[in-house]
Design a protein around this ligand. Structure first.
Ligand code: GRF
Length: 215
């Protein structure tokens, strides 16, 4: 089976990127990261890519006079690389609808909440403030509406009484580092198919998101 070609977009630490690199190297994902692109020149994730001999580039939003021009430069790079899938892993820029349409159904994002709850920023603080008993992580298809595309998989964890933001972050990261590898494994094996009008999982229409198994 052909290797899944993956591009990872980052802005910072890149621990999700690392989990994908590790899953490729261990054989879990039949794939290849063809490039890591960061909008921040000092993103630590670029070092991670370098260490594993992965093509890494910086396309800084600061070098462009408008959001549209930044998107155009990114679109050009992505078009040239023509990946099967584009993975947003802590990429802190909102993508414009022209770019999203150019790669329709080929962009995934990981969001630190149980979508559709808590779209947007500061999800941990908002969940604590609302005295939620659980929170989680979602991987969804990127559409023009922020954090609103179809959800593929969700992982959940409990919020304990004394939990602080850092506790939720740690619990979330633990799940995240299993989630992208899992979704990319499914894609690379043909278990998961993202078509124009439907998501198919193991031969069946995916009507509601998959729940990550607890370990
Ligand atoms: C993740 O926690 C993810 O939920 C959010 O950005 C963070 C990126 O972390 N979208 P890292 O750069 O992968 O370590």
């Amino acid at each position: 089976m052909k290797k899944l070609s993956i591009i990872v977009l980052i802005s910072g630490n890149g621990s999700n990127l690392q989990s994908i690199i590790d899953a490729i190297e261990s054989g879990q994902i039949n794939g290849q990261i063809t490039a890591v692109i960061s909008n921040q020149a000092d993103a630590y994730g670029l070092e991670r890519a370098k260490k594993h001999n992965i093509d890494q580039r910086v396309i800084s939003h600061k070098d462009f006079t408008s959001r549209e021009n930044f998107d155009l430069a990114l679109t050009e790079a992505l078009t040239h690389l023509d990946p099967d899938i584009i993975v947003l892993a802590g990429f802190m820029r909102v993508l414009g609808s022209a770019l999203i349409q150019a790669f329709d159904r080929r962009i995934l994002n990981i969001h630190p909440s149980l979508l559709p709850n808590y779209k947007g920023l500061n999800t941990f603080q908002r969940a604590i403030d609302n005295q939620e008993s659980e929170h989680g992580v979602s991987i969804h298809i990127v559409t023009s509406e922020l954090d609103n595309g179809p959800v593929i998989v969700r992982g959940r964890y409990s919020i304990l009484t004394d939990d602080k933001i850092s506790d939720l972050q740690a619990k979330g990261h633990q799940l995240e580092h299993r989630m992208y590898p899992q979704v990319l494994q499914w894609l690379s094996q043909g278990d998961l198919k993202i078509n124009a009008d439907a998501i198919m999982f193991q031969g069946k229409l995916l009507e509601s998101s998959i729940e990550l198994e607890n370990r």
